[in-house]
Write a protein that binds this ligand. Structure first.
Ligand code: FE2
Ligand code: FE2
Length: 195
């Protein structure tokens, strides 16, 4: 059952990055931070590679799949969340396109900032629903051999979905983000105070 703690930890890590992106973009829009496109690119790359390509697909393929077998009546909830995974992927593609437009044209900042707010809100609601509804149901309904498979998928260093040593790569990327993000989200250099 250790996958429950891993999923909660992953949600915390994803939230930290999405919230960091949200506040960085708001600070840029308010003229309080520089438009650091290398940092924005790193934040977007994390979201693309971790929640979108790894975390949500593992939920679909392992946690939701086992839960569907044990609790057929949970199908509407799991269908809705699985559909949100697909919608999230589409929204991320749109968000990345908004950033590319902004990178080429500073006038496109408000649209990008808006997109970030909407994506953050959508993602937050999605993860809350998983934690409030799916994880308690899984804790009650799944058997030890279900957990064995789910735990192995979530604990694996060599990720079975994409076949790369994902965990280490993401820990390194996360450390890099924490080192580059200005406070309070990281320990990187602060933007010079405006006079
Ligand atoms: Fe999810
Ligand atoms: Fe999740």
């Amino acid at each position: 059952m250790k996958a429950i703690a891993i999923i909660q930890d992953e949600h915390r890590a994803i939230t930290a990055v999405v919230e960091g992106l949200r506040h960085l973009v708001a600070a840029i829009a308010a003229g309080q931070a520089a438009a650091d496109h290398a940092l924005l690119a790193a934040l977007l790359r994390y979201i693309e590679q971790f929640p979108e390509r790894l975390h949500h697909p593992k939920e679909d393929d392992f946690l939701f799949a086992r839960l569907r077998l044990r609790r057929p009546e949970a199908a509407p909830l799991l269908d809705a969340l699985q559909q949100e995974h697909a919608i999230g992927r589409e929204r991320f593609v749109e968000l990345k396109a908004m950033w590319e437009r902004y990178r080429d044209d500073p006038e496109a900042l408000p649209a990008f900032a808006d997109g970030v707010e909407r994506y953050a809100h959508f993602h937050w609601r999605h993860m809350r629903r998983e934690e409030d509804e799916v994880l308690p149901l899984a804790a009650a309904a799944l058997a030890p051999d279900d957990w064995e498979a789910i735990d192995a998928a979530f604990a694996s260093n060599d990720d079975p979905v994409v076949g790369v040593p994902a965990s280490r790569a993401f820990r390194e990327l996360f450390r890099h983000l924490a080192a580059t993000m200005p406070p309070p989200y990281g320990v990187g250099p602060q933007a010079p105070a405006r006079r």
